[in-house]
Design a protein around this ligand. Sequence first.
Ligand code: 5GP
Length: 132
Amino acid sequence: MASIFTKIIQGEIPCYKIAEDDYHFAFLDINPVSEGHTLVVPKQEVDYLFNLEDDTLKSLIIFAKKVAKAIDASLDTIRTGVVVEGLEVPHAHIHLVPIHYEGQHVGLGKKAEVSKERMIELAERISEAFKK
Ligand code: 5GP
C-alpha cells in the first residue's frame, strides 16, 4: 500500500506544497514544531533514510539544502535545524525545522499552534523563495 507521503506526492491527499522536482517533494508538516516546519521526501518510497542508494540520498540532501535556504530567506530565521526520525511514517523524510529564536525547541515532541491561513501564507512565502 502506498505511504501517506506517496499519496500526498500523487495529489490524492492535500498538502501545503513547497516545491518538487522529478525526484523530490517538499511540503509543510501538518503538526509543525515551529512555523515553516517542512518535510523533504524522495518520490521513491523507501522506509529508512539510510537504505536509500547513495546517489538518491545525495540528491535528497542537496534538494533539502535548497529548501532550507528558501526557508531561511523567506522567514528570516536564525537558521534551519534538521531532524530525522521516521518512526511514524515509513517513507524516508527529512524534517527542516526553522529556528526563529535562541533556545527554541527543535526536536519533534512539542508542536506549535499554526492556523490554516498562516500555513497557506508560510507555504507561499517559502515556495516563492525556492524559485529564486
Ligand atoms: P516521523 O516519521 O519522522 O516520526 O514523523 C512524521 C511526520 O509526518 C510528523 O511530524 C507528522 O506530523 C507528519 N505527518 C504525518 N501525516 C501527515 C500528513 O498527512 N500530512 C503532513 N503534511 N504531514 C504529516
